[in-house]
Structures are given as C-alpha cells and as structure tokens.
Design a protein around this ligand. Structure first.
Ligand SMILES: NC(=O)c1ccc[n+]([C@@H]2O[C@H](COP(=O)([O-])OP(=O)(O)OC[C@H]3O[C@@H](n4cnc5c(N)ncnc54)[C@H](OP(=O)(O)O)[C@@H]3O)[C@@H](O)[C@H]2O)c1
Length: 349
C-alpha cells in the first residue's frame, strides 16, 4: 500500500484509511477487531474515528467506536505502528449526549475535555491527528448547501481554537491537527490565523467526496488545499453504499440506507443521486467492473485525494474495497465519468 505525507506534518499514512463509523452500531467489537487485523495485513496504518461515533449517534452507543479501536490497540500492542485520527464534535443542539449539545464548542475547556475523554476510550496517550468534526460557525453541512446569513450564531474564533489545540500539542496529547466539513473560507482562515499568530497549522481536511458529490473540485477547494498544503481525506466514497448499486434493483436491500430513517442521509436518497448511481453502475458494468470498484478506483486515483476513508460492515466488503486500490481506470472511462458528472452534477453533495 502506498503512503502519503499529510500536509506539512510528520505523519505518513496509507492511501486508504479505515473508517470506524459503524462500530458499535452495525458492527460488534469482534467485527471491529477482525477489520483492523485484516486492514493491517493489507498495509493500512491509518484509522479514522470520532468521539460521537458510531453513527447515527445515540446516547446509548456514543463512544463505542473509539472503545473498540482502543481495545484492539491494547490487545495487539500495535499502537506505535498505527496513525490514529479522531474528531471533536462541533455544536449541535440535537446531539445533547456529547458534552451538552449546543454548549459544546471548540473553546479550550471543551477541546481539553474532548481530547482527554477520547484518549481514555482509545487507551492511548497521544492522538496522531486531531480533527474538528464540523465548524463552530454557521456553515451549511451534511447535505445542506445554502449559506444563510440569518443563521449566524455565536462561534469560537478560529485563533482561539488554534491556540487551545496548540496547548494540547505542547502537552503531547495530540500531534497534527485537521478540520472537517469545511469550506474554502474556513481553510483560508485557519491558515491565515496560524500564519499571523504563529499558531499550529492544519495538515488535513476531511470532506465528503465521491462520484455523486464532487464539490471539493467544483468549489475549487482543490486549489485552496493545494496552495496551502492541506491534504484531503475523502469520506463516504460510496455515498453511504448508494454507489455500490445494491439499492438500484431493490431499494430495501439490507444496508445503512434501508436500516435507518431517511432523515439521517437524505442527500444519498435524492432521486438525482439514485439516477446518477444508476448511470455510474451501468458504466462500470460495461467496463467489466462492479459499481463499487468503479467508485473506489476513481476516488483512489484523484490527484488531490491524499487518503480515502473507506467503511465496511463485513470483511467481504472490506476485501473488495481494498482490492479496488490496484485497479487503474483507462482515460476513456474517466472521460465518460466526467460526461455523467456534467449532466448530473453533485446530486449527493
Ligand atoms: N467527517 C465526517 O463528517 C464524516 C462523515 C461520514 C464518514 N466519515 C468517515 O469516513 C468513513 C467512511 O465513510 P462511509 O462509511 O460513509 O463510507 P462509504 O464508502 O460511503 O459507505 C460505507 C458503507 O457502504 C456499504 N458498503 C461498503 N462496501 C461495500 C461493498 N463492497 N458492497 C456493498 N456495500 C458496501 C457498507 O454499509 P452497509 O453494509 O450498511 O450497506 C459500508 O458501511 C467513516 O467510517 C468515518 O470514519 C466522516
């Protein structure tokens, strides 16, 4: 497995990162450990989790994904060989069980509490990459793409957040830092504040990126991140499973999109997203590929994707998804993908 350096940080990670979002909801601890064993066998050293996982987040399960990763790190003694990334949840009035919902934010006290609790759940002393799960300020996220000034809310100034993270870095609790679900303005402001005030610099951005959601390119975040040396960690490369094609013949096929209420994932169920998934699935089959292979091989090969964060509920899925790393898509196939994108642009964004 190839490795890549994350931004200007000291971290070198596999170009596939293993996501953990299902662990504790759709996957047991034993499943999580088998996935980790298998991923390591295939050269993956990079694992992404979050304090609020598993998803969808519930009071009864919150923190379990980190715990399952922690018990594996302890059991195997492989901590030093792995790059562990986790995330602090931003403000969200409806997720009250993670440090108080709306009161939760990226100030010094909250970030310290979040880091220390994650360290305990992970049973480690240092988090390699610490990320802000979504912005403190008013920014449309998770499929809501309209910026509305009337939704402005009090937020923690970015320089204060960077300063708080800087203290945690000095104490050795965290290493590199990253942002997630961020915009062009957000990336530029984080970089500007770190340069102006001599504060730590972000190394990564973890944003949605897949065949049906190419906003990272169309909003020119690719240019911003290239110039500012911020590495993209692409999440949901299969659009929550929609791009595997399994829901096309049978919308009730077993999986995340049929198991949970559609209110969790409306962007992956929009008619235009389903229509795009059908076009990509047909294209894949015309080229002797599965829809999953097409979606992942394409994402793995994009020049601005440093690492793709994959997710799986079964070992069989995980194997198929890692195997897709060795597939090289011919230029004419990439051009046909771009033609579909031009006619159905970012339906799942
Ligand atoms: N920063 C953020 O806000 C954010 C948001 C989302 C995700 N993430 C990160 O990114 C990781 C990956 O995201 P994701 O899980 O949404 O990725 P995804 O690739 O879009 O979806 C993964 C899901 O698709 C299904 N699947 C995967 N491979 C398959 C296959 N070969 N055949 C059929 N179905 C398959 C599985 O669910 P079923 O078996 O249930 O169908 C699997 O859990 C997460 O674990 C998390 O670490 C971050």
């Amino acid at each position: 497995m190839d490795q890549v350096q994350l931004g200007g940080s000291h971290l070198h990670v596999s170009r596939i990162c293993l996501g953990t979002m299902t662990w504790g909801e759709q996957n047991t601890e034993a499943d999580a450990h088998s996935q980790l064993d298998y991923a390591v066998e295939r050269g993956i050293n990079f694992i992404d989790t979050a304090e609020m996982y598993p998803a969808p987040s519930r009071a009864e399960t919150q923190g379990t994904s980190e715990r399952h990763l922690g018990s594996w790190l302890k059991k195997t003694g492989r901590r030093d060989k792995m790059v562990i990334a986790t995330k602090a949840a931003g403000p969200n009035a409806s997720v009250t069980w993670v440090r108080g919902g709306r009161a939760r934010n990226f100030d010094a006290a909250n970030l310290r509490a979040a880091v220390e609790t994650s360290l305990r759940r992970l049973q480690i002393e240092h988090i390699d990459l610490y990320q802000l799960h979504w912005p403190s300020r008013n920014v449309p996220v998770f499929g809501n793409n309209v910026f509305l000034p009337k939704r402005e809310r009090a937020s923690v100034p970015i320089e204060d957040t960077l300063s708080a993270l800087g203290d945690l870095i000095k104490e050795g609790k965290i290493g590199a830092i990253g942002i997630s679900n961020e915009s062009n303005w957000g990336v530029s402001e984080f970089i500007k504040q770190s340069e102006l005030k001599g504060l730590p610099r972000i190394a990564t951005i973890q944003n949605l990126y897949n065949l049906s959601a190419r906003g990272f390119e169309t909003s020119l975040l690719d240019e911003t991140c290239y110039r500012d040396n911020v590495s993209l960690l692409a999440y949901s490369p299969l659009a929550f499973g929609q791009l595997t094609g399994k829901y096309l013949d049978n919308p009730k096929a077993h999986g995340r999109l049929s198991l949970f209420p559609p209110t969790w994932s409306p962007r992956y169920l929009r008619p235009a997203t389903v229509a795009a998934a059908a076009r990509y699935a047909q294209l894949a089959r015309e080229h002797g590929l599965t829809p999953t292979q097409l979606a992942l091989a394409w994402c793995y090969s994009r020049w601005f994707v440093a690492a793709t964060i994959i997710g799986a509920t079964s070992l069989e899925q995980l194997q198929h998804n890692i195997d897709a790393y060795s597939i090289r898509l011919p230029l004419d196939l990439i051009k046909q993908i771009d033609q579909i994108h031009a006619t159905i642009t970012n339906p799942g964004q």
